[in-house]
Design a protein around this ligand. Structure first.
Ligand SMILES: Nc1ncnc2c1ncn2[C@@H]1O[C@H](COP(=O)(O)OP(=O)(O)OP(=O)(O)O)[C@@H](O)[C@H]1O
Ligand SMILES: [Mg+2]
Length: 496
């Protein structure tokens, strides 16, 4: 595409944060109609680059050129004026406002008398949603939507600005295959209209499906750019991590038949007649479309949602779930899906988050501090290669993927008997993914029973001893590792 003028050129961008040189001379360009992916490990600098072009962070050095002209972008409005719209990694919708209010926030259509024209806002929103194949009520509160739906609303919002350049920072991190397909068909439409797309994702298969070119960053440095048609996953992984990864899914399957948890006809406000057994030392995958009730099942088991029917048996004895504390005492741990809201204390330090497990410990923490915490924190920093200047770093300033590693670590430190992981590798880079798989395998081998909810099909197929499929709030199948295929799972995941 060199005969055209690039829509966007970033030249020699530098950015330092206290203790971190986040971008060290990164260059990047984007042509009309192109999907250009940014790839790199957690903390490589991808989001920082996007935040610089969208006016959220000021660059220390370098130049932003749009349509051949150097521009100054110092705030979000200037970015929009320059035709640049961004879907950020952290969802930024206002939860208690409606979809329509979120879409038109700060640019509400007005009636002649100066009041907000809610009707027009609703109608326009409805049109945008329909155009996107989303069957949502424009007046619904954003808080009532699933994370996947919120993510789709973010996409709709970015597109509604009529941008020429759209940066998507991990837009698919909580979408399942079907929703990803729908997003991709929209991306293709946008590209066909000459819009340039910057696409960030840790899912390698997606890059090969949607991107024209890929640029790799490592530790804030520019490593290289490849045409997707002329590269391989292995080459990109090597560029990303700095070394090849040989054993990706290295799973020893479980042969133990002993069930430690039996769930019979479990119902709550959000699920009905859920049936499955969890065996000792197995990884039990939970598959299904977003909204199938996988997280909600776990919320009921963990005492977050009230159980309205059915029975639970743990280690041969009936359990009457009262609250989460009780389940933690039984040896249950859960890494939640929405780590931003449920999993971390964003304004506390890394060490605090790493060593915090329960509210009880939170209280203890205020009164006692001991060196054991340092030890645990150090160990996980190292094992999961958490990238941060030191243990006093505030969580909020870590890259998205590194925040996730911290949450997972803090729950691993509780030595659970049953570990529930809701989308454990969402937003996590290839190198660390393989480390997390290794840890899961090791835990299972040591007798920990793992429930893994995942929207990543290869992960479900390669890691699970058995796969439970859910559809519309109930379990529809339990498949053995040997018989589970993508087609079979989908067949049970979609209502017939
Ligand atoms: N506001 C901030 N203050 C201090 N350090 C920051 C801030 N924002 C980012 N950083 C640091 O800059 C580096 C790059 O972070 P960035 O968020 O750009 O990574 P990323 O490539 O998007 O990673 P991920 O895949 O995890 O989202 C990281 O070391 C991060 O800790
Ligand atoms: Mg990021």
């Amino acid at each position: 595409m060199p005969d055209k003028t690039p829509l966007l050129e970033l030249k020699d961008i530098h950015k330092k944060f206290p203790g971190v040189y986040a971008l060290q001379g990164v260059s990047f360009d984007l042509y009309p109609g192109e999907v250009h992916a940014l790839l790199g490990e957690n903390g490589a600098g991808k989001s920082t680059l996007v935040k610089i072009m969208s006016g959220i962070y000021a660059k220390d050095q370098g130049e932003i050129v749009i349509n051949g002209k150097p521009v100054q972008i110092t705030n979000a409005n200037e970015a929009l004026e320059n035709g640049l719209s961004v879907i950020h990694q952290e969802l930024v919708l206002v939860p208690h406002l409606s979809i329509a209010e979120n879409l038109f926030l700060g640019r509400e259509p007005q009636l002649k008398n100066g009041l907000v024209d809610f009707q027009s806002m609703s109608e326009q929103t409805s049109r945008f949603l329909k155009e996107f194949g989303l069957n949502l009520n424009p007046d619904a509160e954003v808080a009532s939507l699933t994370i996947a739906q919120q993510q789709m609303v973010e996409v709709v919002k970015a597109i509604s600005f009529n941008a020429r350049i759209i940066a998507m920072d991990e837009p698919t991190s909580s979408l399942t295959d079907k929703e990803v397909d729908s997003l991709f068909s929209h991306i293709r439409d946008l590209a066909a209209r000459g819009i340039g797309i910057i696409y960030i994702s840790h899912r390698m298969s997606e890059l090969f499906e949607i991107a024209d070119r890929v640029t790799v960053l490592r530790d804030g440095k520019y490593i290289g750019t490849r045409n997707v048609k002329e590269t391989t996953a292995d080459e990109l992984i090597t560029m990303t991590v700095g070394r090849p990864i040989s054993k990706y899914y290295n799973r020893t399957y479980n042969t133990n038949q002993e069930a430690i948890l039996k769930v019979k006809d479990l119902s709550s406000r959000k699920v009905k007649n859920v049936n499955f057994e969890l065996r000792k030392g197995e990884i039990l995958g939970f598959s299904g479309l977003v909204g199938a009730g996988r997280s909600e099942t776990m919320h009921a088991i963990m005492g977050i949602d009230k159980i309205t029917g059915g029975t639970l048996e743990f280690e041969g004895k009936p359990v009457h779930v009262k609250n989460t504390e009780q389940m933690i005492d039984y040896g249950f741990s859960m890494v939640p899906e929405d780590r931003k809201d449920e999993g971390i204390f964003p304004f506390q330090t890394l060490k605090f988050n790493l060593t915090l497990k329960t509210i009880k410990e939170f209280i203890n923490f205020i009164f006692v501090r001991n060196s054991k915490e340092d030890e645990i924190a150090d160990r996980y920093m190292d094992e999961l290669s958490i990238k941060a200047p030191n243990l006093q770093t505030v969580m909020n300033s870590l890259s998205g993927g590194n925040q996730q590693k911290v949450v997972i670590s803090s729950w691993l430190a509780t030595n659970p008997k049953v570990l529930i992981l809701d989308e454990p590798t969402r937003g996590i880079d290839v190198g660390t993914k393989s480390e997390i798989y290794e840890i899961m395998n090791e835990l299972a081998r040591n007798g920990v029973s793992i429930i893994m909810i995942s929207s990543d099909m290869p992960e479900i197929l390669n890691l699970s001893d058995r796969v439970v499929v859910m559809c519309e709030g109930t379990t529809t199948a339990v498949l053995d590792h040997s018989e589970a295929t993508q087609e079979k799972i989908l067949q049970y995941a979609v209502k017939i």
